[in-house]
Design a protein around this ligand. Structure first.
Ligand SMILES: [Zn+2]
Length: 329
């Protein structure tokens, strides 16, 4: 039988990454990338999506008839049946209620689906990555935000409204920091790259010495957005034993561990798969979070879990999105 492909798009806080994926092997055979701009309107968002999908298909050089579907994973809460975003704390407001799945279905004439980005990454890890041989696991991805997904007996839990697994919005500090969603004390407000950056910029503004001033000479402590410090820069500062960065990562990791301990106590999963840009770049965050998680969880839950890294790296979202898109028909 001829090879069959799906197109997956990972719609993140800073970029759109699209890829053509071999549905039998999970191999990503071509990719395309565009920056996302939080200030752009709905039409520009759809145009950019169109460009990423078209250019990935073009560079893959496969026949359109072999494309079985298009899936999009996006950071936020999604109405999967309608294929629209319900809320996206870390993205442009113009994506909310945008009919993304319908747009792609009509434009490319193939089945299309829209899902939460970590639910989609979990589908990728389940088929071809760190969840391959494990029917019940939890994914937690740390990037612009903190996302999560729960797989139970091979099935992705979506919940009554589609928002199951939102680990980033677990309360880890009663009445604590304001979260991007409007709630208080949520994990994402302590452990995401956005939160780590805000905390570092605040300390730099107060005059704390740090190698970050040399690594990022152009950075202003007044920089807007709170996402100006990339994961790779955090990793360099940790490798250089920068006291401020190490201390900040320890704090972020402690909260992440506390959130994950609650997940262990609630679900008693066999495996936790940690991924996302910050986890991939900064080993210290993985180590601190793992230690705190195992220390705070109930012994039974801690003793029966294995905490591992995601295996598909940057492509877990693309692979999972392609699989879900292709099965949407
Ligand atoms: Zn929140």
């Amino acid at each position: 039988m001829a090879r069959q492909y799906g197109v997956g798009v990972d719609f993140g806080g800073t970029k759109l990454l699209g890829g053509v994926v071999d549905l039998a092997t999970g191999e990503v055979i071509a990719t395309a990338k565009k920056k996302t701009d939080p200030s752009e309107g709905p039409k520009a968002v759809l145009d950019r999506l169109d460009e990423v999908v078209s250019s990935a298909i073009k560079s893959a050089g496969v026949k359109p008839s072999t494309i079985k579907g298009i899936g999009v994973g996006i950071a936020g809460q999604v109405d999967a049946a309608a294929g629209v975003m319900l809320a996206a704390p870390n993205l442009s407001a113009s994506v909310v209620n945008l009919p993304i799945a319908t747009f792609l279905r009509e434009k490319f004439d193939v089945p299309s689906a829209l899902r939460n980005d970590v639910q989609i990454a979990a589908a990728g890890e389940m088929a071809f990555g760190a969840g391959r041989d494990c029917p019940s696991f939890v994914c937690c991805f740390v990037g612009t935000g903190v996302g999560g997904a729960v797989v139970q007996n091979g099935i992705l839990l979506t919940g009554a409204g589609g928002s199951a697994g939102e680990i980033g919005h677990l309360v880890v500090d009663a009445g604590g920091r304001l979260c991007g969603c409007g709630g208080h004390g949520h994990l994402e407000a302590y452990s995401s790259r956005t939160a780590i950056t805000k905390s570092l910029l605040g300390d730099l503004k107060r005059g704390r010495p740090s190698i970050l001033r040399e690594l990022l000479p152009e950075i202003s402590p007044d920089a807007p957005g709170g996402t100006a410090i990339r994961s790779g820069i955090l990793a360099k500062a940790v490798d250089a034993d920068d006291e401020l960065t190490v201390e900040t990562i320890h704090e972020a990791g402690r909260y992440l561990g506390l959130g994950l301990a609650s997940v262990l106590n609630l679900l008693n999963p066999a495996r936790i798969v940690l991924g996302g840009g910050v986890i991939e770049a900064v080993d210290l965050l993985f180590d601190v979070a793992t230690n705190h998680c195992l220390r705070e969880a109930l012994p039974t839950a801690a003793n029966s879990v294995e905490i591992v890294r995601a295996e598909l790296g940057d492509y877990s979202g693309v692979v999972g999105a392609a699989l879900i898109g292709a099965s949407a028909g």
